[in-house]
Design a binder for this molecule. Structure first.
Ligand code: ADP
Ligand code: ADP
Length: 228
């Protein structure tokens, strides 16, 4: 569960990136967050992952209050979210399997848990026969599926995807969105930040639209004007 109440964020140089945002994302929801460049999308992700603290207002993420969260609690909070980036951010020298096992070992998973979990997640993303590949031996769409597998491997309550299809062609982009939809159907909350209007329009999901640090629309399948 994600809650923002009257959140504001001013960067040290005085830029008002978020100007009073109140919203709630319930467990199990699939939400697109859209808006033009500079509207505050990345800033919201940084707030949700505790990279930055709000200048004003309150934020709750999966039971953690992000106001005055302690350094000790931050890693515990981050285990409840899996983050996916436009540029995949895989470890290039590690195989697909080792990228995932590294992420599991980092949170103290046992060898047995790792051995049980990775084949399940690789199958879920359609890469069950690619565990030994290096990222450079995979297509862009496949690399993003590895990144999704890595985000899922520790069974987070929430997946946050930051422009996950920004480096992919339209067909691969659609596949990635459909995969995120399937993951959501299995119970994970999914928040997708994107400016790809065409893609958003193909899914009948809740869309939160930002402009200049404010929510200008929050509803279903609406972005930038009435649908034709
Ligand atoms: P988006 O992700 O929608 O493109 P951002 O959250 O990156 O928007 O930016 C929102 C506003 O905050 C913009 O005006 C941007 O210039 C400003 N901004 C973003 N990051 C910083 C920063 N580190 N320092 C100062 N201003 C920033
Ligand atoms: P996609 O249709 O997903 O874009 P590609 O046509 O790029 O995939 O790749 C087809 C297959 O070839 C994939 O299964 C991928 O794993 C494999 N492949 C792509 N690039 C390389 C590479 N540089 N080395 C080894 N295998 C590769």
């Amino acid at each position: 569960m994600i809650r923002l109440k009257d959140v504001e964020l001013e960067y040290p140089n005085g830029a008002q990136a978020i100007r009073g945002i109140t919203m709630a994302i319930e467990d199990g929801e699939f939400v697109f967050m859209v808006g033009p460049s500079g509207s505050g999308k990345s800033t919201i992700i940084k707030l949700l992952t505790a990279e930055i603290e709000p200048t004003a207002g309150r934020i709750m993420v999966n039971g953690f209050s992000m106001n005055n969260i302690s350094q000790r609690q931050i890693p515990l909070m981050r285990r409840t979210i899996g983050v996916i980036f436009q540029d995949f951010r895989l470890i290039e020298k590690k195989s697909v399997y080792d990228n995932l096992s590294f992420a599991m070992r980092a949170v103290g998973a046992s060898p047995k848990e790792i051995k049980n979990r990775i084949p399940y997640v690789l199958e879920l993303v359609g890469l069950d026969n690619k565990g030994r590949r290096l990222p450079s031996e995979l297509s862009g769409g496949e690399q993003q599926r590895v990144a999704i597998a890595r985000a899922l491997v520790n069974n987070p309550a929430t997946i946050i995807a930051d422009e996950p299809t920004g480096n992919l062609d339209p067909a691969r982009s659609l596949e990635i969105m459909m995969l995120l939809e399937r993951i959501n159907a299995l119970g994970t909350t999914v928040v997708v930040v994107t400016h790809e209007k065409d893609l958003v329009d193909r899914f009948s999901k809740r869309v939160i639209a930002l402009e200049q640090g404010r929510i200008v629309n929050d509803g279903h399948a609406y972005y930038g004007g009435p649908r034709q």
